[in-house]
Design a protein around this ligand. Structure first.
Ligand code: NAP
Length: 338
């Protein structure tokens, strides 16, 4: 059991300056301190993997936005998985694997009430990726309950080679839809069809998305699962089918300039085609978490769902890993193993 003299050194990523456009190493500093002893009801966790999520960027603005702001000098918010190395909480033992908001650091001392114990039948990082709140669960509720995807429909997914998109697109495929994925660059497009088994991939950086959609889906798109926003949202609206659904999961193209978010200019297509656009956050679906988790585990164990991971090693790599999300530098789930 660690004591005051041998408790490990925690290395944490703290915010140096609010981010106005592209996030970079200049916005962060690594600080070191002895990991804190857990108070009553707390556990000390050695972090195994940190989830690199788009929402982290929106917590770094100098204005309150979509997510709670990190204060200057504060440790960066992030979900993680790890292992309890010291416990002062009933029901949590040394060696237990847990997931929770562990922050961007190597050791976390936190209330056990903020942690969930996880079953180790699957690798720990799966609880951030395919089974993660901000990845697998988000994709599941977005496709199933917001998009209400049905067999035979045509589904378009943006950022389809990214974490949420990759799972959303595969779920739509499992449900029997024809799935078209949008991604940047020929390698990612090959990944969509060859690795994920989607019907078609479109390289939005090098192809005319509108022209391709008009050929691939002449009747229109039934469901657009949008992670990107901006220009691609307008293109999708122009191609939405009668009674189609646009699922606003996120708008990563807009997060670097939160003050000037570009709204859709073709929203009247919704009226013309009796279509609808609906936003959500995964937190609106707490009632569905149990079902989503069980279904995702089943698909994973049946080999129907895959979640490639891209891992950055070392906590110092956190800023670069986060930036990759905004430069298209990741395929699948981006993680940092500190
Ligand atoms: N509603 C919710 O509760 C919820 C929960 C979690 C996440 N989300 C949203 O889900 C989306 C995906 O998040 P994630 O964490 O899974 O990230 P991710 O998809 O793994 O990574 C982001 C991807 O977005 C694409 N991208 C980045 N900037 C772009 C731009 N300017 N234009 C077009 N594409 C761009 C890049 O792929 P390319 O190389 O293909 O461009 C990049 O790989 C985000 O919008 C996020 O906010 C929503």
């Amino acid at each position: 059991m660690p004591t005051a003299t041998n408790r490990p050194l925690n290395r944490k990523v703290v915010l140096v300056d609010y981010v106005k456009d592209m996030v970079g190493p200049e916005h962060f500093r690594i600080e070191e301190e002895s990991a804190r002893e857990p108070n009553e009801g707390e556990v000390l966790v050695k972090v195994d993997s940190i989830s690199i999520d788009a929402f982290i960027r929106t917590s770094l603005n100098d204005v309150e936005g979509l997510h709670q702001q990190v204060p200057i000098g504060g440790t960066i918010v992030a979900l993680g998985v790890g292992r309890v190395i010291e416990s002062n909480a009933p029901g949590f033992a040394v060696g237990d694997a847990v997931s929770g908001p562990l922050l961007a650091q190597t050791y976390a001392t936190m209330p056990a009430a903020m942690m969930q114990k996880i079953d180790e039948a699957l690798p720990l990082s799966t609880y951030l990726g395919a089974l993660g709140l901000t990845t697998g669960l988000t994709a599941y509720v977005g496709i199933r309950y917001v998009g209400n995807v049905k067999a035979g429909e045509t589904v378009l997914v943006s950022a389809a080679a990214g974490a949420v998109g990759c799972i959303a697109a595969q779920i739509a495929k499992i449900l029997g839809a024809k799935v078209i994925g949008l991604a940047g660059g020929p390698e990612k497009v090959a990944f969509l069809t060859d690795t994920l088994g989607l019907d078609v991939g479109i390289d939005y950086k090098n192809e005319d998305v509108d022209a391709r959609l008009k050929v691939l889906a002449p009747e229109g798109i039934d469901v657009f699962f949008d992670n990107v926003g901006g220009e691609l949202l307008d293109t999708a609206l122009d191609n939405i089918r009668e009674r189609g659904r646009v699922v606003i999961c996120g708008a990563i193209s807009q997060y670097n300039d939160h003050q000037h978010v570009r709204g859709p200019s073709l929203y009247l297509r919704l009226a013309e085609r009796y279509a609808r656009m609906e936003g959500f956050t995964v937190m609106h679906f707490t009632q569905q978490y149990g079902e989503a988790h069980a279904q995702l585990v089943q698909w994973l164990t049946e080999g129907k769902l895959r979640m490639p991971e891209q891992v950055e090693h070392g906590i110092d790599g956190f800023p670069a890993a986060l930036r990759k999300l905004f430069e298209g530098g990741n395929t699948g789930k981006m993680l940092v193993k500190p």
